[in-house]
Design a protein around this ligand. Structure first.
Ligand code: SF4
Ligand code: SF4
Length: 721
């Protein structure tokens, strides 16, 4: 990847007494080293990609410490890596995006949790829930419950997050349970500071390897008959040990307040939202000190019955702030208090929406209802007025839009980057379907999923990362026309090769697979994969403007080795050729799996790569030509077919300069990277001839200056005619 994390890598070297300044996720990364972690792995995904990205780039320093870093093929391989901690006193940490990553890792997690761990295990999951989330709305908490794993949800404040990483390892060792640490998007990107400790080189490491393997111990396998004893141990030994450790080490935090007849129990990760909501109600000061007693759960599984009942006892009512559904924590608290005959009224989901991210607005409404019932002397008019005002403002905007536009503003979905190599493929698919008819499209996870939005609206289902071809296995034999599965190179290596290609070949599936070979796992931050062109290839490239992905043919050779007989590689920007190849795949008499590799380097990564190169050329006064496309407004007929076929954000509309025409004309605004799709589409779809290609030349050659000196007067003459 071309992004540099040198500043973050530098911060990992800070020693005792020095102050770290930066993002939450980098603080957690530093805390892993302060905890003596011996190995780190994971699979990238927002919002925790930084952890692995920084660790991978810090490899030379980690080698000094003896810490092993593994960029895993998927979350299952990351979870399986934790098996090192079953026998050995090795602290291990892995990371991925949840819930989807945890689903992929589930098998290994069950097999890890059953025998339990010796060395502490921390699984840092990016809890991608709520506004801005890109995955299914489910809670990782369910995995902690079913597999008996610890669930940490640290209050978002850097010192506390660091403390919880260190405590998480110790808690894991004290209870033999692996620990999940959920970090929401806001916690990962929260900025702050903390006072560092020295990093700890692990006792056993790549520098000091273990001399002998552990003795054979059947009880450490997740296999009958020992699994029955392991289940008992979870309930009778491990969970009680964890509960003792939580109390003895004060892992959960209690903040006292003057209204002692009520209280709030909050997931640690939501504490900042709670404080802001209490401020709206006039129940917390500018520094976050609450007037209502608060129990912040930095550990949300297991809960500690003694701690819960001690907090609730004597209170008239307690409000539980828990995000998402099912309300595991609230139910657990209700059961605990009922069993212990604590007569405190519990509120939570009865006063607040059961689903969606807990925002300040949502929580303020719930808390206002709670306060009105149990603190009637506390005024809530101001917060009620604020909430009413928000609702009224939204309704007013909707009314205004309906009046002026006759409709609500359309949603503005995310889309491909400008110049993305994947956009042309979906333009070609649109054109191919004009000839062969509509096809069922099994979509996948990755940048190509942007094609599910307009103007392509392509994709009938998404069943998981790398699962498109596997998901077509049921529909394909029952469909008259051939089915198309789309997958990225990231998805191909993550899962698609085995679950999709291998199964399709084994079963002789007659379907079409389109693999986007852009060279990186682009959607998660352009991390490298096995088919990424290496640095040597980049350095050897005669022209840095050239796409580099065609230099690595690992995907092609893998497919051939597996037995794929119908395989075509087409450059993505060649729309007409891609259209023809798709049509051939849909209609050829060959009845096996047909694979099209759509080759084109991720534009985001390419731009990052060539930016310093261009800056160098300009600095040296050398010639640089930048390609731009444009629309001749006098020729554009205003039917906007080019926009419906492209969706490029820089190809847009402007008022028609002809006073006799009302339809707006197409225009290319600043930002066009000259990818060439406009010209290709105009050619492949036989559009109107309004597109032109121009070169913006900086530091032109003497010949170019001479030619321009001749052209300029002629152009001026033509313009005044
Ligand atoms: S990150 Fe790369 S592959 Fe993804 S949309 Fe942007 S240019 Fe396309
Ligand atoms: S050439 Fe067309 S599709 Fe490509 S970046 Fe420019 S406007 Fe967008």
């Amino acid at each position: 990847m071309e992004v540099s994390f040198s500043k973050e890598v530098q911060s990992l070297r800070l020693g005792a007494g020095e102050t770290f300044h930066g993002e939450g996720i980098v603080a957690v990364t530093k805390a892993l080293l302060q905890s003596g972690v011996a190995y780190v792995g994971g699979y990238q995904g927002a919002p925790v990609s930084h952890l692995l990205d920084v660790m991978v780039q810090a490899e030379p320093y980690l080698r000094e410490l003896g810490v092993h870093v593994q960029a895993c093929a998927n979350e299952a391989s990351a979870a399986a890596m934790l098996g090192a901690s079953i026998h050995y006193p090795l602290r291990g940490a892995v990371t991925w995006k949840s819930i989807v990553g945890t689903n992929v890792a589930a098998d290994a997690l069950s097999n890890l949790s059953s025998p339990g761990v010796t060395g502490g295990v921390l699984i840092v999951v990016g809890e991608d829930y709520g506004e801005g989330a890109s995955v299914i709305q489910e809670r990782t908490h369910a995995y902690a419950l079913k597999s008996s794993m610890l669930m940490l949800d640290p209050r978002p404040e850097l010192s506390n997050m660091v403390r919880m990483v260190e405590a998480g390892f110790a808690l894991s060792e004290a209870s033999n349970m692996p620990a999940l640490m959920e970090l929401r998007i806001r916690a990962c990107h929260l900025r702050g500071s903390f006072v560092c400790k020295d990093n700890i080189a692990p006792a056993f490491s790549t520098a000091q390897p273990m001399p002998e393997p552990a003795a054979f111990d059947y009880a450490r396998l997740a296999h009958p008959p020992v699994t029955f004893a392991q289940e008992k141990r979870k309930v009778e030994l491990r969970i009680p040990a964890a509960q003792r450790f939580i109390i003895e080490n004060g892992l959960n935090e209690r903040f006292e307040g003057r209204h002692t007849n009520v209280g709030i129990i909050v997931q640690g990760g939501l504490h900042n939202v709670l404080v802001r909501s209490l401020q709206q109600l006039g129940l917390a000061d500018a520094f976050g000190a609450s007037e209502i007693p608060v129990l912040a759960l930095n550990v949300t599984f297991p809960l500690v019955p003694d701690e819960l009942s001690a907090f609730c006892a004597g209170k008239q009512a307690v409000f539980v702030v828990e995000e998402g559904q099912p309300d595991y924590i609230e139910r657990d608290i209700l059961a605990t208090l009922h069993r212990r005959d604590v007569q405190t009224r519990i509120h939570g989901k009865d006063l607040m929406a059961a689903t969606g991210e807990v925002t300040v607005e949502m929580l303020s409404g719930g808390l206002a209802s709670f306060v009105e019932q149990h603190l009637p002397e506390q005024a809530t008019q101001a917060v009620r007025g604020w909430l009413r005002g928000n609702t009224q403002r939204r309704e007013q905007v909707a009314r205004e839009l309906a009046r002026t536009l006759g409709t609500l503003l359309p949603a503005r979905p995310p889309t491909f980057c400008i110049g993305c190599p994947e956009r042309p493929v979906f333009a070609a698919l649109k054109l191919a379907q004009q000839d062969v008819g509509p096809v069922h499209v099994a979509a996948d996870i990755g940048c190509h999923a942007f094609a599910t939005f307009e103007p392509f609206s392509s994709g009938h289902s998404i069943l998981g990362y790398g699962m498109s071809l596997a998901s077509s296995a049921g529909v394909s034999p029952l469909m008259q026309r051939r089915v198309l599965s789309v997958m990225g190179d990231g998805g191909f290596w993550h899962n698609g090769l085995l679950t999709g290609v291998q199964s399709a070949l084994f079963n002789g599936d007659d379907s079409v697979l389109l693999i986007m070979k852009n060279g990186y796992t682009s959607a998660t931050g352009t991390q490298d994969i096995i088919s990424t062109p290496d640095d040597e290839a980049k350095a050897r490239a005669p022209d840095k403007q050239q796409s580099l992905v065609d230099r690595n043919t690992t995907i092609e050779s893998t497919l051939k080795g597996l037995g794929v007989q119908w395989l075509r590689t087409v450059h993505t920007y060649r729309v007409a050729e891609m259209r023809k190849t798709l049509e051939e795949a849909f209609t050829t008499p060959f009845a096996g799996l047909k694979v099209i590799i759509a080759e084109g380097e991720c534009q985001l990564e390419r731009q990052r790569r060539i930016k310093p190169w261009i800056a160098g050329l300009l600095k040296r006064g050398e010639r640089v030509a930048r390609v731009k496309y444009g629309v001749d407004e006098d020729v554009c007929n205003g039917d906007h077919a080019c926009i419906r076929l492209s969706g490029c954000p820089t190809l847009t509309l402007k008022d028609n300069p002809d006073p006799l025409k009302t339809d707006p004309v197409a225009t290319v605004i600043d930002g066009c990277v000259g990818c060439g799709l406009c010209g290709e589409n105009a050619h492949a779809a036989t559009l109107c001839p309004s597109f032109y290609r121009a070169e913006v030349v900086t530091n032109p050659t003497l010949v170019e200056r001479f030619v321009e000196a001749l052209r300029a007067p002629a152009r001026r003459w033509l313009q005044i005619q």
